[in-house]
Design a protein around this ligand. Structure first.
Ligand code: APR
Length: 353
């Protein structure tokens, strides 16, 4: 995934380059600057002395020395003065200049801290928004994996009310396992009920889905002719039952009028993985990848469950991660940033991470 939001100590990241939130002197300091110099050893400072400082919004590059990375890119973020002194533009410039330097050194992986969000006082959630926006813009035209390294929980502050709301939602569901009956599956697909399917007999041989499950599922009342007319045709229903994950994904991209690139970038999935999925109708993605596509396509909860099923997964109420995803989809909130804030607040893995 091109952008990965991870919780870590940046000095531990095994990447081609890490970025340092430095000051104009480039002669070290506290925070991440202090941690990087400490881990790199004295040769880093010796090289920094030769650079002649750095302008705010600009970046300079040195070797990584004792750090598990080849390079350190030193950039100087703006000091937060309330937002009216061009802080945002300067912060965006830090990310852009750092990425240009990384590209010039053919780096394939780069890790950023949240620049300016510590001593320099930039509000953390805004700093994260700027980081994700600036990096996404660069990745639209460049192939690189960029890690945004969150060091402390404060970086993700979700409001008290939202936290309480999600907590209640989890508590209501977390205990019981959640599974859909077949008639629920077919209802979700707007297909005739299992009972109707049996009535009409399978279109081709035994319709494994309906025949296998009919005894288990309570025979739903016969759909009235009018209601049946609204449901998709039996043929389409069976076709959709047999549709693979990849086929459903491509159908949904078309239905949404999106291009492939718009979809996989919004899902934060790299192009190579998408072309694998596209070229193999039986490709089975990981669960986070399937969920990321459901969020990017802004699928309804039932469509999300259906798409997950085609990849061999289900949203389970024994997983807080799944329940939080369900919470946001049910509310029609597909903002991956807000979803990640909530996942982070509940110590769950992040989407795109
Ligand atoms: N790994 C990753 N992130 C870290 C680490 C670490 N080891 N240590 C701190 N951070 C995070 C902080 O939590 C914060 O979110 O880095 C972000 C940036 O905080 P600062 O290091 O304070 O940097 P900044 O706000 O840009 O201020 C720069 O601080 O250290 C001095 O010399 C530096 O004068 C400069 C100023």
């Amino acid at each position: 995934m091109p952008i990965q939001i991870v919780r870590n100590d940046i000095t531990k990241m095994k990447v081609d380059a890490i970025v340092n939130a430095a000051n104009n002197s480039l002669l070290g300091g506290g925070g991440v600057d202090g941690a990087i110099h400490k881990a790199a050893g004295p040769k880093l400072l010796a090289e920094c002395r030769t650079l002649g400082g750095c302008e705010t919004g600009d970046a300079k590059i040195t070797r990584g020395y004792r750090l598990p990375c080849r390079y350190v890119i030193h950039t100087v973020g703006p000091v937060w003065q309330g937002g009216g002194s061009g802080e945002r533009e300067k912060l965006i410039s830090c990310y852009k200049r750092s990425l240009e330097l990384a590209k010039s050194k053919r780096c394939e992986t780069v890790a950023f801290p949240l620049i300016s969000s510590g001593v320099y006082g930039y509000p953390k959630d805004e700093a994260l928004n700027v980081a994700v926006g600036a990096v996404s813009e660069f990745l639209a035209d460049n192939d690189m994996t960029v890690y945004i390294v969150i060091f402390d929980r404060a970086a993700y502050q979700i409001g008290e009310k939202l936290f309480k709301d999600i907590k209640e939602y989890i508590d209501d569901r977390y205990a019981d396992e959640h599974s859909d009956s077949v008639s629920e599956r077919l209802r979700r697909m707007n297909a005739p009920s299992v009972h109707t399917l049996r009535e009409n007999g399978p279109v081709f041989g035994a319709a494994p889905m309906a025949a296998d499950y009919a005894p288990a599922a309570k025979a739903a009342p016969q759909a009235s002719p009018k209601a049946a007319a609204k449901a998709i045709s039996l043929d389409d229903a069976l076709k959709q039952l047999d549709e693979s994950f990849s086929e459903m994904l491509l159908r949904k991209i078309d239905e949404r009028g999106m291009t492939d690139a718009q979809c996989y970038k919004k899902a934060n999935i790299d192009r190579k993985l998408f072309s694998k999925i596209r070229s193999d109708r039986h490709y089975k993605p990981s669960k986070p990848t399937a969920i990321a596509f459901a969020i990017a396509l802004e699928l309804s909860l039932s469509e999300t469950k259906e798409m997950l099923e085609k990849a061999g997964f289900a949203l389970s109420h024994s997983s807080k991660f799944d329940i939080i995803i369900e919470y946001f989809i049910e509310r029609g909130n597909y903002n991956i940033f807000e979803i990640n804030e909530a996942l982070f607040a509940f110590d769950q893995a992040l989407l795109g991470a």
